[in-house]
Design a protein. Structure first.
Length: 751
């Protein structure tokens, strides 16, 4: 008798297979209930990807929905498009988003970072927007002692630089922090910002039975398979075995795809378009279909592939880069194909839109998977969990810190110069010199640095101010307050540059959500973000959650600091009113705006000099922040100040040095007698900004400040190059430059 061999990809698959794919037993039962039958391996692979934490946000969406997600300038519902979208006036919109590529970068730093840049840029131009600025937020271990951390940093920075430089979008800003908790789990958060005419925005949707579905861009290979699942589990000693999960990028192909997509956006030939990021074809077909209330019939054998003999599930889950899914209006196929032929890109019809909301995937005319689109997506059938929370014991320990117990140093000058050499404080020139910041020549802040990156919007007279901010040490000390500080520092940077903040995107980097202490950190951080964003009127347009950023070994579990990176965009309606951070001339008066206190909590000074890692987050008052930002904009628009720079990492001393380094100028200041000197100079209490004022504008400045509710004091004046504190010589600005600019190159050259 003849026997029939079942195709393992379409044979019924049990709960053990589901478990190996990362699904919980109760999730397997839910899938059986949705389908009304036992799923096959291909279908389980689809659900394992779409129900992974990376795609479904199953452990975070309940809390994310508490964030402020509406506002008068929002043009797209938060989280419903490839990127956030805000109205910036004159018929233009700004599309922006930040995402993580942490796990891939941990095991293959170069490609992990490069493809993170490529993916976030695709999220922007699939909306019809041209990317005009990139930013990044990076975290590594201690590069002064760890060769692995130097390897991570070299690979990540080169990957970002090589991809972004070739693609042709300038890097306008970023941040780099170092702490041992990031040794095995570096954080690589990439942000992209683009602009689009409001009447040319492309939605990530699908509808209209019979409309053809095209895959465009690169061919599909085996790189990136199960990438979403890989990003949804801890880093362990065996994570290197998952190296095939890391995608491989081609920035030149992406540049072609960008131009073809923007040319396509000028037509009305398409229904919708979506980037193929996490989970590849599976994600784009399911999310577009669910949003439009439609289904699709997809023929996987028509997908251009790099390797022969790929299985259906491999084609479905591949995360090969530089690919997008496009739903075209029936009858306009030739027009669309001609555009992609012009740019020498694949443009292949792989299916059609159907009624009914069911996704059917075929291989050589054989049905290999059939699932309801709605059951796969965020807000649809994907599971939603509420995890247990537990306040960590260290939080109460932090609150017992008393500044009076910390002795004041005998030599403030020595401490000051040691701080400038801290990798967390020192110049990041070693990093940003590897990036092209001047391509497209719209960057306004390379030669005249400001607290936020500034990009000119030609023909409008406007500029965008963009920034990324987060101090993970603050958030670890107090997740709620630390996240509020991250939001307010981003807004403060934009205000210091002359901009009005208009929207937030976030990249939430945390440990394992099944750990109650980690989930407490997460829930507190979300509460703090919501409170600060509501107070400042900056709605959250979307973002990314990255859990499982921790290293698990036989004898320990080490999560990273909770790091909710805030990306913020602001608008300068008059680009000529931009404000830089550098002193301009000798004799300018230096004022400090905001309240100074005896606060050294959580400062780089406290950790580096005193070795104290347990303290609460620094001084912070949300109402004071709002008043300060408003006052800054009034001063800038009235042209009564010549420079503004916020007080943050390293305290006032570092702020003033950075202001002086721009034009090689120094300062002569007097500390506040009401505050202990080390706190005044090195404390990181929030809500403070140093400003410079020409003598002829001093009366106008004083009139405005006295009418405000913002505390302020005169610090001193700008010098030709000497640094003087309380009549004590602190050297020359060029002495400070040596340590400040030499620290990172020295660390990175150590073998």
């Amino acid at each position: 008798m003849a026997t029939t061999t079942l195709d393992p990809d379409t044979a019924p698959a049990g709960v053990e297979t589901a478990r190996k794919l990362g699904l919980l037993p109760e999730e397997y039962e839910k899938i059986q209930g949705i389908l009304g039958r036992t799923p096959n391996f291909t279908e389980l692979s689809i659900y394992s990807a779409m129900w992974s934490e990376h795609c479904s946000y199953k452990n975070s969406i309940r809390l994310l929905k508490t964030l402020p997600r509406t506002g008068p300038k929002l043009l797209a519902e938060a989280g419903q498009e490839n990127a956030g979208l805000v109205d910036i006036g004159d018929g233009w919109a700004c599309a922006f988003k930040i995402e993580s590529h942490n796990h891939p970068s941990a095991i293959e730093p170069y490609q992990g970072a490069a493809t993170g840049v490529g993916g976030i840029n695709r999220d922007i131009f699939t909306m019809g927007a041209r990317p005009i600025a990139q930013l990044n937020s990076l975290r590594f271990g201690d590069i002064t002692t760890e060769a692995r951390s130097r390897w991570h940093m070299r690979g990540v920075v080169k990957g970002i630089g090589d991809y972004g430089n070739a693609f042709g979008v300038p890097v306008l800003g970023g941040e780099v922090y170092f702490d041992p908790c990031y040794t095995s789990n570096p954080l690589v958060n990439a942000m992209s910002v683009g602009i689009v005419r409001t009447d040319r925005v492309i939605s990530a949707t699908s509808h209209g039975a019979g409309n053809p579905v095209f895959i465009v861009g690169s061919a599909t290979g085996k790189d990136g398979i199960h990438g979403a699942s890989f990003a949804s589990k801890d880093i362990t000693d065996t994570s290197m075995d998952d190296l095939p999960a890391v995608q491989v990028g081609d920035p030149f192909m992406e540049k072609l795809l960008l131009e073809a997509s923007l040319e396509l956006a000028q037509t009305d030939a398409i229904i919708g378009m979506q980037d193929m990021g996490a989970a590849g074809i599976t994600c784009s077909t399911s999310e577009m279909s669910a949003k439009g209330g439609a289904g699709m019939d997809i023929h996987l054998d028509r997908v251009p592939t790099r390797q022969p003999g790929m299985h259906a599930w491999e084609i479905l889950l591949s995360e090969s880069q530089e690919r997008m899914l496009v739903v075209v209006k029936k009858g306009r196929e030739a027009e669309v194909k001609a555009i992609f032929d012009k740019w020498d890109l694949n443009c292949v019809a792989i299916g059609t839109v159907t009624d009914g909301g069911t996704l059917r995937y075929f291989m050589h005319d054989r049905l290999v998977a059939e699932v309801p689109a709605e059951s796969l997506v965020l807000g649809g059938g994907a599971p939603v969990y509420e995890r247990a929370v537990k306040e960590p014991a260290y939080y109460a320990e932090n609150q017992r810190f008393r500044v009076a117990d910390v002795p004041e140093p005998d030599d403030l000058r020595a401490v000051a110069y040691d701080l400038l050499a801290s990798p967390n404080i020192a110049s990041k020139r070693w990093v940003y010199e590897q990036y092209d910041s001047m391509v497209r020549t719209n960057n306004m802040s390379t030669n005249a640095p400001s607290d936020a990156g500034l990009v000119l919007l030609r023909d409008t007279g406007k500029a965008l101010a963009v920034t990324v901010d987060c101090n993970g040490r603050y958030v670890h000390a107090d997740p709620r307050k630390g996240t509020m500080i991250a939001v307010c520092e981003a807004a403060r940077n934009i205000a210091c540059s002359g901009g009005d903040p208009c929207g937030v995107t976030n990249c939430l980097n945390f440990g394992n959500p099944y750990d109650p202490e980690v989930y407490w950190q997460f829930s507190e951080a979300i509460a703090g973000m919501g409170e600060a964003c509501r107070a400042l009127g900056t709605p959250v347009t979307g973002g990314n959650v990255s859990f499982y950023n921790q290293t698990v070994s036989a004898d320990s579990t080490v999560p990273v600091f909770p790091t909710p990176t805030i990306g913020m965009v602001g608008v300068l309606n008059d680009a000529t009113k931009r404000m830089g951070l550098g002193f301009r001339s000798k004799g300018e008066l230096i004022y400090l705006l905001g309240r100074s206190t005896d606060d050294i909590a959580c400062s780089e000074y406290l950790v580096r000099y005193h070795g104290i890692r347990r303290s609460p987050a620094p001084y912070f008052d949300l109402e004071e922040e709002g008043r300060l930002h408003t006052m800054l904009l009034m001063l800038i628009r009235s042209s009564v100040i010549t420079a503004a720079h916020d007080v943050s990492d390293g305290g006032l001393w570092v702020t003033l040095v950075e202001m002086g380094l721009v034009n090689g100028l120094g300062f002569d200041i007097v500390t506040d007698s009401e505050v202990r000197p080390d706190a005044f100079l090195f404390g990181e209490g929030q809500g403070r900004v140093a400003v410079a004022v020409n003598e002829e504008q001093e009366n106008a400045f004083l009139d405005m400040m006295r009418a405000s509710r913002v505390p302020f004091i005169l610090l001193g004046h700008v010098t030709k190059g000497k640094l003087v504190v309380d009549d004590e010589p602190f050297g020359l600005i060029e002495d400070a430059r040596k340590g400040y600019e030499g620290a990172l190159p020295k660390a990175m050259n150590e073998q």
